[in-house]
Design a protein around this ligand. Sequence first.
Ligand code: GLP
Length: 249
Amino acid sequence: EKIPLQIVANKEEGAKIIATLISDLIKEKTAQGKKTVLGLATGSSPILIYKELIRQHKEEGLSFKNVITFNLDEYYPMHPENKQSYVKFMWENLFDHIDIEPQNVHIPDGTIEIDQIEPYCTQYEEKIKSVGGIDLQLLGIGRSGHIGFNEPGSAINSTTRLVKLDPITIADAAKDFGNKEAVPTKALTMGINTILSAKRIILAAWGKNKSIILKKMLEGPVSTKVPASFLQLHTDVTVFADKDATDEL
Ligand code: GLP
């Protein structure tokens, strides 16, 4: 099955469309007296989406009081106060600027003791299930083919766990950490199964440096070598790409 692809003029336009899909879902669920469970991503790809959601909150009264969030991943080890932590990223780029209840925010904890990681990951999965599962999962894609931090070799039935980062991912993260040596070699991430369990999935791919991996994900075989290709097995995925990202298609 082919993944539906929506090509947008640029990431600004793409971000507006995606943010509006998210806010429409929140409004619809809120009107039904229901919570909206969002799976959220970090990286450069979602930043403008979060900006637009903040704008809709400030200018149009979009409320996040009935929203529960689960982030995909976090470096390990990682302290939340660290400049590169995904906790810091999420608060700075979204949560600090909206009316979400802090107890409704979930981000994998990079300070968990190594011997507590297994039960912690099991709990993360159970928390997602206990609120009815993820309604909409937002994704970026790494040049290694990762979604979340599910690097090549990730199994289709994988769940939240500690993983080793791919050398491509470490090289790409070096700009955030100053140099390659400073990048953590591991991370906590939702699994492929966790992601595929979301009711609806939206993936954003902006820029020329995503064009080769986008082609593999959309046109290549479903393979653990390209974890994002597992999305071909989901029945409600939309990929949003700008013109540059579609250069290889
Ligand atoms: C990061 C994140 C991923 C993200 C990807 C792409 O390392 N763990 O969830 O999708 O890499 O990042 P960017 O959006 O900056 O290209």
